[in-house]
Design a protein around this ligand. Structure first.
Ligand SMILES: [Zn+2]
Length: 776
């Protein structure tokens, strides 16, 4: 490893020398982002069928791209690992705040590598690789002034909370820009952003008036430009390399690492900065193994002894302040040739261009969401004036609460009027939650694609439904008629999907959570996980957006249950308390049971009976997932207990015997029998091993067994008391026994762990070889 370290240092030293004469530098930027897909009541992502067997697209793309980039393999000719590269350490990147929120909770190891990539680049270059991103990925030129201020402030607060430093640069959603946005960025302390080359209008030398028109053909993209702003401030703008970025994103440049590197190093021979920017998901998701091509190119650059220096935008800017200035095309973007029309009209930009299709639905969708947002903003201002010291400042600063930089109590002291009753405090919090979801409904993805019936426009409408519900709860009229007056005019290109009105009635409105639907999810969930409390007991069910404390009063002989519940919403100060009654029907399954709720303190009305089968598909699927995880774990434990005995009863074959008696029944226990052998619990006969091997060739449980053995290896490597090595001999034993029955374990996580924590330990060498690493 010493050799590798010196290569890196060599690269850096050469680069610094180089940069003094202008430099040959390379910056590869990835924009990592997912459309917001969280449910706005539970604030969590429910299963999406098209991503199966993954739970949803965040999970699937994490598996295909975000995680592989965090541990990108470099292999020798024999396929053995010579290095695992954290690409985030060597590339410039931005992650959407809503995506990072998910990553932090659901893929903490990947999240840690992202943070580590930033801190290591900060130590190396004096400037970190990470830059911020507009919070909800809204199209900034189409946002109101207050929305612009909030989106920037929330983005910067989120960044600071995660990366423990202020952001230097910020990625504008779709690179959509106008002068006002740049002005607000500069006011907030952002020093640069990145645009497409065609967004430059004209350029001149600093201090001179030699303006000349700019276009993609004549713009020198090797240097940053200064954009001077009306208020007297300025901001630097980088224009990325259009053709190269295009080739990476769409023309298969990532198919071979050496091909990718040849192109980069050839172009990087000129002075200045070679910068390319693409969606980060290009690596691994759009192009399988793209992360390996990137890791190869990054390693070549590091080994190039300074002939190409890997840098990031902030580091380059610090050494190379702009010498020229630029004016931008107002209301332009990187993905619509018509400015920002793609997010409000049928401009002709589309992803699939299906014959006969149009995007006339885009206008009414934006008009409807704008109309209800305008009403909610007035409501916020009017009611907020009685609750907040300064309603606008409260919404701008609310991002600090969302990011955890400011505690709720401190926020109340600083932003709420003095002496508010508990009910008024709760109303104030609800107004802020309303703003959050209303802003989320403008995430650009809703308009980007080709049809109103897609998941993204439906999510935008769902966010609006949630925000409108909070508006109503805090005293505003129902805004649904206003929304539908616009959205009703929109139509899907698919006649079966129908109009915006049809979609709303059929798909969106039923998504609204009620106390009944929340209790149905809590109760069926407790049952599915096998943790329904006994009478007199209680249990908690929580999602990031809310928590339910369920108390069970009594169980009737018929299976009916009743009790009380208290629902507490995240970042609000009140709770909703109710009595509930769950009638478990015979037949029809666990979703058929009817839930009735009587809310305390609310207006009394006839209790509705709501079966869980009325829940949205994703919510029912989440309950199914709870059940299958618990049921499968129980079944695995039981099979293992049986196999622990049965493995000893697998006698050597007699005479001309070629297979086991009742082989098909033994075969049903294949993975548990394998497990007993692989974990070293039995001493088997040759016939037993041959039987397992033969049966395993096409066994449906192969993948699950591979996963289980992989997890066992991780447990083994993690289990070490300080100063004591993990049991490397056991690890090798497991791998040898697995190989003897052709069970191929999933080594991904164990290899990552070995590389990060154990490879420097001389006692681990043989285990490293067994895990697939090349000899050192
Ligand atoms: Zn367009």
């Amino acid at each position: 490893m010493a050799g590798q370290k010196s290569r890196q240092e060599g690269g850096q030293k050469g680069g610094q020398k180089d940069s003094q004469k202008g430099g040959r530098q390379l910056c590869i930027h990835g924009h990592f982002y997912q459309p917001p897909r969280e449910d706005p009541w539970m604030d969590t992502i429910f299963p999406e069928g098209s991503a199966a067997p993954a739970r949803h697209w965040n999970e699937r793309i994490c598996h295909e791209s975000y995680a592989p980039l965090a541990w990108a393999r470099r292999q020798d000719g024999a396929g053995r690992i010579i290095e695992i590269v954290n690409c985030y350490e060597w590339m410039s990147f931005n992650f959407g705040p809503t995506l990072l929120t998910w990553l932090e909770l659901q893929a903490p190891e990947v999240y840690a590598r992202v943070l580590e990539g930033d801190s290591k680049s900060l130590a190396r270059l004096g400037h970190g690789n990470a830059i911020a991103q507009i919070y909800h990925h809204v199209i900034m030129p189409l946002a109101t002034d207050l929305e612009k201020r909030a989106e920037i402030a929330w983005a910067l607060a989120d960044f600071e909370a995660r990366f423990k430093r202020p952001a230097e640069g910020l990625w504008l959603s779709e690179a959509a820009v106008d002068t006002r946005t740049l002005e607000l960025l500069a006011q907030a302390g952002v020093t640069f952003t990145i645009l497409a080359p065609r967004q430059a209008r004209e350029v001149a030398d600093i201090g001179q008036s030699n303006w000349s028109p700019a276009n993609e053909g004549n713009l020198d993209i090797r240097e940053p430009y200064l954009v001077e702003l009306p208020g007297g401030k300025s901001i630097a703008v980088y224009f990325y390399d259009g053709p190269l970025s295009q080739a990476v994103a769409f023309e298969g440049l990532l198919r071979h690492g050496d091909y990718f590197w040849d192109r980069l190093s050839g172009l990087a021979r000129e002075q200045g900065l070679l910068a390319l920017a693409t969606d980060g998901e290009t690596y691994g998701h759009h192009f399988k193994f793209g992360e390996m091509a990137l890791a190869f190119a990054l390693s070549q650059a590091r080994a190039s002894a300074g002939s190409v220096r890997l840098t990031n935008y902030a580091a380059y800017l610090a050494e190379n302040p702009p010498r020229r200035r630029a004016r931008i095309h107002e209301n332009s973007s990187w993905s619509c040739a018509h400015g920002v029309e793609r997010w409000r009209s049928d401009c002709g930009c589309a992803t699939e261009h299906k014959p006969g299709w149009n995007q006339r639905w885009r206008g009414p969708l934006r008009d409807g969401l704008r109309a209800v947002k305008a009403r909610m903003d007035r409501h916020y201002q009017d009611l907020g004036a009685t609750l907040f010291k300064d309603p606008e400042e409260a919404v701008v600063q609310y991002g600090r609460v969302l990011s955890g930089l400011t505690e709720a109590a401190a926020f109340e002291r600083a932003r709420f009027k003095k002496g508010l009753t508990p009910a008024k405090r709760d109303t104030a919090w609800k107004l802020l939650t309303m703003q959050k979801w209303a802003l989320s409904s403008f995430a650009s993805c809703a308009w980007f694609f080709d049809d109103l019936g897609r998941i993204e426009p439906m999510n935008a409408l769902t966010f609006a439904l949630r925000a409108m519900g909070l508006a109503q709860r805090t005293g505003l009229d129902d805004l649904e008629p206003l929304l539908l007056a616009h959205v009703g005019k929109a139509s899907s290109n698919d006649p079966a999907v129908g109009s915006g009105h049809d979609l709303w009635t059929r798909e969106i409105r039923p998504r609204r959570e009620t106390m009944e639907s929340i209790l149905a999810q809590a109760l069926v969930g407790l049952w599915a996980e096998g943790r329904m409390p006994r009478p007199g007991g209680s249990a908690e069910v929580s999602w990031p957006g809310l928590g339910v404390e369920v108390g069970v009063r009594k169980t009737a002989a018929s299976g009916e249950l009743n009790g009380t519940a208290s629902v507490t919403w995240a970042r609000e100060s009140g709770s909703d308390v109710c009595d509930w009654h769950w009638e478990r029907t015979n037949g029809g399954g666990p979703l058929a049971g009817c839930v009735q709720v009587e809310q305390h303190g609310g207006a009394r009305h006839a209790a509705k009976c709501v079966p869980a089968s009325y829940l949205a598909w994703g919510k029912r699927q989440a309950l199914a997932l709870k059940w299958v995880r618990r049921a499968e774990a129980d079944s695995w434990a039981q099979q293992n207990a049986e196999a622990a005995q049965g493995a000893h009863l697998f006698l050597p074959y007699r005479e001309a015997q070629t297979t086991q008696t009742a082989a098909e029944r033994w075969g049903r226990l294949w993975s548990a029998l394998c497990w007993q052998w692989i974990m070293g619990e039995v001493v088997p006969s040759r016939d037993f091993l041959d039987f397992l091997k033969e049966l395993g060739q096409a066994h449906p449980e192969r993948a699950l067994l591979a996963q289980r053995v992989g997890e066992a290896l991780v447990d083994l490597l993690s289990a070490s008391t300080p100063g004591v090595d993990p049991d490397f001999a056991s690890l090798r034993g497991i791998l040898e026994r697995a190989a003897s029955v052709d069970a191929v374990p999933d080594l991904w996580a164990a290899q990552n762990l070995y590389w990060s924590r154990l490879r420097a330990n001389p006692a681990s060498r043989a285990a490293g070889l067994a895990l697939g690493f090349a000899a050192v």
